[in-house]
Write a protein that binds this ligand. Structure first.
Ligand SMILES: O=C(NCCCOc1c(-c2ccc(O)c(O)c2)oc2cc(O)cc(O)c2c1=O)[C@@H]1CCCN1C(=O)/C=C/c1ccc(O)c(O)c1
Length: 428
């Protein structure tokens, strides 16, 4: 067990913005610089609980805490601000039965002291924290462990939260790990924001590991028993399930580059929901609890960027060309519909996004060599999977679209990236 595990970040001792990743001033500067470039910041907010029973000491911001005595002077929170046997039905005060919705909300998750979010004082302290973040220019929140809070308490807290500085309500998505079969359903949280869609990564892992035919992706979305497009934030993996924690089933991660790039490219090309891509560090897979690359207990290593590659133990899979370029694909596709759906064998598909973009996937054992309707205007386009458009020419493959929108599409079969993608911004 490493002495400062990754999930330590999910055990608050106060709402001060001082961690091993930096100070409040550094955070404020970062948000300001990002906003100036049109990049919005959404904070992973942890307010279902504080620290774990038995832990005592000081947080990175210097706030003293003593969990067993419910003593958090850094907020302040005291014993009356936490759930106890009067609201939690289990003998040890912890969650055991995920078929019991009251237990899931009112008891301690893994021994983490459970805030009494029905109490106005506690709601106000959490709202103060979220409003402070909005004052620093933040555009919204990921509500961590939302499954363990009553929807009415989340709603009451958000009512105290002001509009964001760029105008309008904060963007909210809630972590409700619901892959079916538990007493708490994701649908209970749709009135307070979107929900993180944990079914999404499991389904695409099956398809891009060739355990389910690509051809079924034609109606991928709500028809697969998931929530509607306006209700979800989708992802292939996250900080938790990439280590095998959280929900059941094995999702794809950057440790399996080939299927990971394919699944991420499909997610970015497909118009269902809002999507989130992962950026990780090279954690030790033998020790699931290991925290970020660090020089010492007090300092985390900076992310060094050398072109499209990061150093210091940071994976930066979001900078891989096959992922990075597909973000532009999604932006160019906008809200264009899926058209020209084509199926070769069960493991060969292609589709357009209106007249803006076109992508083909090949998980078959033979190449695709086919004249296909791309929907794009006539012209030359660079394949953004195998390369870039740089100073007027393609560093990877190029595609010629004729006057009718058709092109000869060749997609390799036994190669690292068996997909091809073009869009109107990589025409030349
Ligand atoms: O084995 C562990 N935990 C049990 C399995 C994961 O259970 C946890 C879940 C969890 C898992 C599955 C569920 O269906 C579910 O409703 C909740 O959510 C958390 C959320 C937190 O903010 C802090 C946590 O410690 C947890 C947590 O332990 C180790 C040791 C303690 C922290 N931890 C961890 O593994 C920490 C995991 C963690 C941390 C942050 C998260 O956002 C998260 O989803 C999981």
């Amino acid at each position: 067990m490493t002495n400062r595990p990754w999930y330590e970040r999910y055990q608050p001792v106060s709402y001060k913005l001082i961690t091993r990743s930096g100070t409040e001033q550094q955070f404020k500067d970062m948000v300001k610089r990002c906003n100036a470039k049109g990049v919005r910041i959404y904070v992973d907010a942890v307010f279902n609980h504080m620290t774990r029973m038995g832990s005592i000491g000081k947080g990175s911001g210097g706030s003293y805490f003593d969990t067993d005595n419910f003593y958090f002077p850094g907020v302040p929170f005291g014993a009356t601000d936490f759930n106890d046997e009067s609201s939690c039905p289990t003998l040890d005060g912890r969650i055991h039965d995920y078929q019991n919705a009251v237990e899931i909300r009112n008891c301690q998750l893994e021994g983490l002291v459970d805030l009494k979010l029905g109490k106005d004082y506690v709601r106000s302290k959490v709202a103060d924290y979220l409003n402070h973040l909005i004052d620093l220019g933040v555009a919204g929140f990921r509500v961590d462990a939302a499954k363990h809070m009553w929807p009415r308490d989340i709603a009451a807290i958000l009512e105290k939260v002001k509009n964001v500085s760029m105008g309008g309500r904060p963007f909210v998505y809630q972590e409700v790990i619901d892959t079916g079969g538990e007493a708490v359903q994701g649908s209970e949280y749709l009135s307070t924001g979107r929900i993180a869609n944990f079914k999404y990564g499991l389904e695409l892992a099956q398809v891009f590991r060739r355990q389910n035919a690509l051809k079924w992706l034609k109606n991928f979305g709500a028809d697969w028993g998931m929530w509607s497009s306006g209700d979800v934030v989708n992802f292939i993996d996250n900080h938790d399930n990439q280590r095998g924690h959280g929900c059941a089933g094995s999702v794809l991660t950057h440790w399996e580059p080939k299927p990971y790039k394919l699944a991420t490219a499909f997610m970015l090309a497909w118009p269902y929901g809002i999507v989130r891509i992962m950026s990780s560090y090279e954690y030790n897979r033998e020790d699931n609890s290991e925290g970020p690359p660090h020089n010492s207990d007090e300092s985390i290593k900076s992310v060094t960027i050398n072109g499209m590659v990061c150093g210091n133990g940071w994976s930066c899979e979001h900078r891989w060309r096959q992922i990075y370029n597909m973000v532009a694909f999604r932006n160019m596709a906008g809200d264009a519909e899926v058209t020209n759906w084509w199926k070769g064998t069960d493991y060969q598909i292609a589709f357009s996004r209106g007249d803006k973009a076109f992508i083909a996937f090949n998980l078959e054992i033979v190449d695709i060599n086919q004249s296909l309707m791309t929907g794009l205007p006539a012209g030359q386009y660079c394949d953004v999977i195998s390369g870039n458009l740089e100073s007027g020419s393609c560093t990877g493959a190029s595609v010629t679209v004729d006057g009718s929108g058709r092109a000869n599409i060749h997609v390799c079969s036994h190669c690292e990236d068996p997909m091809l993608a073009i869009h109107i911004a990589c025409g030349y």
